[in-house]
Design a protein around this ligand. Structure first.
Ligand code: ADP
Ligand code: MG
Length: 229
């Protein structure tokens, strides 16, 4: 299972925000896209999902081209998206949130048991409203909701944002587990976490990839400069 983005451009109105971003994420690895606030991380994911204007670029998921498809068809092709800020439904129960996740894959009719092995807290809280969960629990719900549809690629936008350290390490552990079955593309501004969990890292600055490599192969000086505010 592999996702490849090639020479992706994205625009908001007149402004070009991505200038030919290329990256690859494959099963067995956590691939991280890191960069400071405003670098274009979220826009890269939105361009991938068909949620912003992307006038040029290619997206291949296991050989199938997705560029040009509407957003729901990209999700159905097997991209599970955990957006920045989680966006779970606070008024719906944990179970209902998970059931909504199934809609991306018509062949899934029930919540797989394995999901509760990964996230035991969700079984316990199945009938609670999403809004009553802690931030860390909501993030676990958002990840679980994306996994319910058995995606080929799991894409996460800053899953550590606003979450306490114990849950951050729990999410790191879960990603290490999930990558055995699904390609994981992790967008992060929290560099230390990204370097710890990722097998492969892309560094984005002003809408361009400026470095790519294994965490210990990156130019640390350049990386510090890229990430500095
Ligand atoms: N809806 C929008 N309209 C106009 N510009 C936007 C919009 N969303 C993001 N941008 C701009 O695009 C650039 C990249 O933003 P974003 O992808 O959100 O960065 P990141 O996720 O890396 O923090 C920033 O300069 C930001 O101001
Ligand atoms: Mg962002």
């Amino acid at each position: 299972m592999a996702l490849e983005i090639q020479r992706m451009f994205a625009t908001y109105g007149e402004g070009i925000v991505l200038h030919g971003v290329s990256l690859k994420a494959e099963k067995g690895k956590v691939t991280a896209l890191v960069g400071r606030n405003g670098a274009g991380k979220t826009t890269t994911l939105k361009a991938l999902m068909g949620l912003v204007s992307a006038p040029a670029g290619q997206i291949e998921l296991d050989g199938k081209h997705l560029e040009g498809l509407p957003a729901y068809e990209r999700a159905r092709a097997g991209i599970g998206y955990v957006p920045q800020g989680r966006e779970i439904f606070p008024q719906l129960t944990v179970r209902e949130n998970l059931e909504l996740g199934m809609e991306a894959n018509p062949s899934v009719h029930e919540i797989p048991e394995s999901l509760f092995e990964t996230f035991p807290i969700l079984r316990e809280f199945l009938n609670r409203k999403g809004g009553d969960l802690s931030g860390g629990q909501q993030q676990q719900l958002a990840i679980a909701r994306a996994l319910v549809a058995r995606p080929r690629v799991l894409v996460l936008d800053e899953p550590t944002e606003g979450i306490q350290p114990s849950v951050v390490s729990e999410i790191g552990r879960v990603l290490g587990q999930i990558k055995q079955d699904v390609a994981v593309l992790l967008v992060e501004q929290y560099l230390e976490f990204a370097l710890e969990v990722a097998d492969d890292v892309y560094v984005i600055e002003k809408g361009e990839i400026v470095q790519h490599g294994a965490p210990d192969a990156l130019d640390q000086e350049a990386l510090k400069q890229t990430m500095a505010l």
